[in-house]
Design a protein around this ligand. Sequence first.
Ligand code: DC
Length: 224
Amino acid sequence: MSYRSIAIDGPAGAGKSTLARKLAEKLGFLYVDTGAIYRTVALKALWEKADPADPVQVVPLLEGLEIHMDYENGEQKMYLEGEDVSAAIRRHKVSGAASQVSAIPEVRAFLLEFQRKLARERDVVMDGRDIGTVVLPNADVKVFLTAAPEARAQRRLLELEQRGEQADFDAILRDIQERDWQDEHRSIAPLRQAADAALLDTTSLNLEQSLEALLSLVKEKIAL
Ligand code: DC
């Protein structure tokens, strides 16, 4: 039997992971956050004091790299060399490093099969930057989820404030724009909308409305 797959791509902070997770929950599919996998490779580079932007330093680390993914209470956990790094990979420093290692062709090639294998074994909702274009070009549903940079920065600000962290709107906006630029301009698998992906702009939608819009896009393509 062949499994169904839903690819959700888009820039950082568009709400991909929250929406993809909720969608997967509703459909009973496995949610795969592929950014977390790139983050784990980036963390390895930082652990080894390698420059995440330098292929000469990063590529040798791929050999024998021990990355595992697991699910606990429906939550995706990442393990690096047996250590649960699910919280560590969310640090600000790792975000920038993940964007850098993800521009290295050997890193992308190394993770490609890891991601495809998951989709061969389960129904998945996979979120990332190149799922609809490269990883799962035959996905049943492809959605490009985006929102204006200012709206994404505003959401991030609220998230940080709710966690009691100090944050500055302008700094967050700059950071988002910088990561967008890096992700869109790398020469391999850049962030872009697949020709056959539906565009969902959540700038003026709240979470509930976004999920509803996403669900109706899915229902157009697959019988649930
Ligand atoms: O979604 P995220 O912010 O956790 O992703 C971290 C970085 O990983 C992001 O800057 C780009 C990269 N990435 C990628 O290149 N391809 C993917 N499929 C997912 C993430």
